[in-house]
Ligand binder design. Structure first.
Ligand code: KG4
Length: 360
């Protein structure tokens, strides 16, 4: 037996089944199976997601242990995402983690999914993992110092979090209706783009004129966000174009109006980024914090990444953006949070039930 701390983590909160192995704070593997079954429905279907997790979990955990070169008898603890997320999906990961921990007689560690996203900034892949993955090569794995502000933007959340420590986080602003990712996905659906729409908006926005179709910006006090008005403004603007051109479908409109989808995507992306970063700037100014970080699936957006770096240059911030593979749902971030909890002796009882909703 070794004295090394080796943790297997499982993430199954939505539609990605992921398992990772971390040893003494270094990430050894991170394997994720995504679910294409939802594409034809234009959104995640919870029942289908749970079934796909059941099919994926054994091969994903197995691949993660093999890639890490770790035998399950070497594990010190099993970590899992307890919530928030889809209850059926969470149940698959939670039950699997409990069964494995019981059979190996090792402790369980629960991780809050949102805290996990923020801990993605502290993931440090081992040299063996970096050399095996070209996408991780050349990246400088620097992490922010506490306290820092984290803009957490995903399909279900848009929050500004004041992070004082791995176990001391405070949401200081959040969306009062839709999340930023939801705005991307729903507007993309209106444009007839596949699910999830965020990456398609990102791709098309690069070819569009952001000023051609001005969209509404909300006026919400404090650090809170709202994206539902933007969504409505997007819909009404397209409806007006359709009426003006005398057509009744987006495809027909796109045939008549050159660069239609590209220009709408550019307008949407620029507006979302502007809304997100203005509030982040206000929070950074008010709190006198100069270290800012991005987390969550929407932080994969190339426009948001570039805009954050631009703000950082202008306002003398130090900006932190995780590598792409650690921005969308993944078990590496859960493993990192679990490693800190292990060091702190924070284990959870075997009857810990998953939760669908919670704050940080
Ligand atoms: O954090 P995440 O993987 O899942 C949860 O919300 O749980 O985030 C998914 C969201 C989706 O809304 C997706 O459209 C968005 O992240 N997303 C993007 C991009 N890549 C993923 N949004 C904009 N640009 C992208 N490149």
């Amino acid at each position: 037996m070794t004295n090394k701390i080796t943790i297997l983590s499982i993430e199954s909160s939505c539609d990605d089944t992921s398992a990772a192995v971390i040893r003494d704070g270094l990430l050894l593997s991170n394997v994720t199976a995504s679910q294409s079954v939802h594409e034809e429905f234009g959104g995640v279907v919870p029942e289908l997601a749970s079934r796909a997790h059941q099919q994926n979990i054994v091969p994903v955990v197995d691949a993660s242990l093999r890639r890490a070169g770790v035998d399950k008898r070497e594990l010190s603890a099993i970590a899992f995402t307890r919530g928030p997320g889809l209850l059926g999906s969470l149940l698959v990961g939670t039950s699997f983690a409990k069964g494995l921990a019981l059979s190996l007689n090792i402790p369980l560690i629960e991780v809050n999914h949102l805290q996990g996203h923020i801990m993605a900034h502290f993931v440090h892949p081992a040299g063996s993992m970096i050399s095996a993955n070209p996408k991780l090569q050349g990246i400088e794995f620097k992490h922010p110092d506490y306290p820092f502000l984290c803009l957490l933007v995903s399909g279900g959340n848009s929050q500004i979090v004041l992070v004082r420590a791995f176990n001391d986080m405070q949401i200081i602003g959040q969306t009062i209706d839709d999340a930023a990712g939801e705005a991307f996905d729903k507007c993309a659906k209106v444009l007839g783009l596949p699910y999830p729409g965020g990456p398609h908006v990102d791709r098309l926005a690069k070819l569009g004129d952001p000023k051609r179709y001005p969209l509404a910006k909300p006026n919400i006090p404090g650090y809170d966000y709202s994206f539902s008005g933007l969504k409505t403004s997007f819909l009404y603007s397209l409806r007006d174009q359709m009426q003006a051109e005398g057509v009744d479908s987006i495809d027909a409109l796109a045939e008549k109006v050159p660069n239609l989808r590209e220009d709408y995507c550019a307008a949407l992306q620029t507006t979302v980024i502007d809304i997100l970063l203005r509030k982040l700037k206000k929070a950074a100014n008010d709190l006198g914090i100069r270290q800012v970080a991005l987390a969550g699936g929407v932080s994969a957006n190339s426009g948001l990444r570039a805009a954050l770096l631009d703000y950082a240059r202008r306002y003398h911030w130090q900006a932190f953006i995780p590598p792409f593979s650690f921005t969308t749902d993944n078990a590496a971030m859960i493993a990192q949070a679990a490693y800190y909890k292990y060091l702190d002796g924070e284990f959870c009882p075997i009857d810990a039930a998953p939760y669908a909703k919670t704050t940080i």
